[in-house]
Design a protein. Structure first.
Length: 340
């Protein structure tokens, strides 16, 4: 089954279900002056949160419908594929997974931020000093303590965090599986159950993007034991759409990207205000939000650096060229013009 067939099959199921409840949501009307965008109100989406709160999206000459999901960027991609949104904001992992599953039917519009230390690993406080010593230890020395530990690590399946956590484990030669046959047992959870499972002690480790780690640290006595920064890996927040939507709504999509660019500029020029906006929206401390921004480079772009970040998340079958070609030439030229 090729990418287009898969998308048609998914769309057909969605339409049947929606019709059953009398709420079919149709996209792609040529006369429709509405653009729907799906993202999460959490860290890695700050630039969209700022754009929303400052009214940059409302300044456009068409309506921008905002849809919010919980969990991870994979949930936003699922909404895009189901046809309930025109654009999905996500991490490089779910974006590349979508390219792998649907091929040329997925269009990458741009990255809107590059981040370091984007993914964080947290251990139960009761393990610190007993099974895991963190203070004064290198990432390799911390990882060595996880070998043969049989600790249960919770992570959201299909997320960028899953990819980077596995890469961290591989880098320091810690084995993992979904059973007790390896050093670490992976437990796949959702965004709504990840912190809860940590708080109840059902998992020993939590691997996640913010605000999950900070929530576990602040409210459940967690202790950070590592992050993606340990292996020098960058993460990217990207906007993707489908080929069909891009062809029908190219002009609106470009104007929306320009509004996102306005938001990234605003973050750089009004950092303290944006810390307040995002901390209040996400529901965490301004100190943590400031740390996130300190490790972020907000900018709309699609270039070799973004391709490299995305390719690092790719599985076999997705080439660097495939990712580079996922962004249309006219969009690449438009991105360059925004900074001319």
């Amino acid at each position: 089954m090729n990418g287009k067939t898969k998308m048609m099959a998914v769309a057909a199921v969605v339409i049947v279900v929606a019709a059953a409840v009398g709420a079919v949501f149709m996209l792609g009307n040529d006369n429709d002056r509405t653009l729907s965008v799906v993202y999460l109100k959490k860290s890695h989406y700050e630039e969209l949160i700022v754009g929303d709160k400052k009214g940059f999206f409302d300044e456009l000459d068409f309506k921008v419908d905002r849809h919010y999901v919980t969990g991870s960027g994979k949930d936003a991609v699922d909404a895009l594929i189901a046809g309930t949104a025109d654009i999905a904001a996500t991490g490089e992992g779910p974006a590349v997974n979508a390219i792998e599953a649907y091929g040329e039917d997925i269009v990458v519009l741009c990255s809107f931020a590059v981040r370091t230390a984007a993914q964080v690993w947290v251990a139960q406080g009761s393990l610190i000093g007993e099974k895991i010593v963190v203070e004064g230890k290198t990432p390799q020395e911390i990882a060595d303590q996880l070998k043969d530990s049989k600790l249960k690590a919770g992570v959201i399946e299909g997320s960028s965090t899953e990819r980077l956590f596995k890469r961290w484990l591989d880098e320091f030669e810690v084995s993992y599986s979904t059973d007790d046959s390896a050093d670490i047992r992976l437990v796949y959870l959702t965004g709504s159950t990840l912190v809860q499972s940590f708080a109840t002690g059902d998992i020993d480790l939590l691997a996640g993007s913010q605000p999950y780690p900070s929530t576990a640290i602040e409210n459940a006595n967690g202790v950070q034991i590592g992050s993606s920064a340990d292996i020098g890996v960058y993460s990217s927040s990207v906007l993707i759409t489908t080929k069909d939507v891009y062809e029908k709504k190219t002009d609106m999509i470009k104007e929306f990207v320009a509004a996102v660019k306005k938001s990234t500029d605003y973050v750089e020029d009004h950092l303290e205000e944006c810390i307040d906006i995002c901390a209040d929206t996400i529901g965490w401390s301004k100190t943590v939000q400031a740390e996130v921004f300190a490790n972020s480079e907000p900018r709309v772009e699609f270039n070799d650096r973004i391709v490299d970040i995305m390719f690092a998340a790719a599985k076999e079958g997705v080439t660097r060229e495939t990712i580079a070609d996922a962004c249309p030439l006219d969009m690449k030229e438009y991105l360059e013009q925004l900074y001319a």
